[in-house]
Design a protein around this ligand. Structure first.
Ligand SMILES: O=C(O)CCC(=O)C(=O)O
Length: 215
């Protein structure tokens, strides 16, 4: 995280990440455990309730690079598709700052799901999305707007060409009945070890760091 920009790879240039801040700070815990956001996540997925998978603060530095096309659920050892991330910018985020961009309805596309965030994912997914004529949505965010995206939707972000840090808080929700699946890649193994280490494959992820936030 402390390497100069020019020595980092594309993923490292995209943002600095700090995770599970709710375990370190009471004010952030109140924010992450906010029932209104958790209710919206629950209703969007049409489930009975949601649990926390983890939170994540993302800082795209001044001069920070683009976030390559990817789908989040590639990283997650989760048995069903009922996952959603609330992406919450902490400032007005104009196009020059690299707001989150989406490919509308691209959760229907399976090609590209096997790729981690990289130059390869940027190119491969870009080409597939163009070929299939998915609509590319890029809009600035006002302070106070919150974006929700499902785990298999393809998304990216542009570079931050401003002199200000793009600060974003995210909360990742999952179905409260979500079960752990056997990891299918090393990143999913790492996620299991980090975000729900005491969960058991095939069982509901009911651990102390995955509390039910709604329902
Ligand atoms: O903020 C970004 O640049 C990317 C965020 C992202 O991919 C996510 O929250 O799933």
């Amino acid at each position: 995280m402390h390497l100069p920009m020019e020595q980092r790879d594309t993923y490292g240039k995209a943002f600095l990440q700090i995770m599970n801040l709710w375990t370190k700070d009471e004010a952030i815990k109140q924010f992450v455990f906010n029932k209104r956001l958790a209710q919206i996540a629950t209703e969007l997925m049409g489930v009975e309730g949601v649990r926390l998978y983890h939170d994540q603060a993302l800082f795209k530095e001044p001069g920070g690079g683009f976030t390559p096309w990817h789908a989040d659920q590639y990283y997650w050892p989760l048995a069903n598709d009922n996952t959603v991330t609330a992406w919450i910018p902490m400032q007005h985020t104009p196009l020059e700052m690299g707001p989150l961009e989406f490919s509308a309805k691209s959760h229907q596309l399976v090609a590209g799901r096997h790729l981690k965030i990289s130059d390869d994912s940027e190119q491969f997914i870009h080409d597939k999305l163009r070929l299939n004529h998915f609509e590319h949505i890029v809009e600035p965010f006002e302070l106070g707007e919150v974006s929700f995206h499902s785990g298999w939707i393809f998304h990216r972000a542009g570079a931050n060409t401003t002199d200000d840090m793009r600060q974003v808080m995210t909360v990742i929700y999952m179905d409260k009945d979500m079960r752990l699946k056997a990891p299918e890649n090393q990143n999913q193994q790492n996620d299991w070890d980090t975000w729900c280490p005491s969960a058991t494959v095939g069982e509901i992820i009911n651990t102390p760091i995955n509390p039910v936030l709604y329902g």
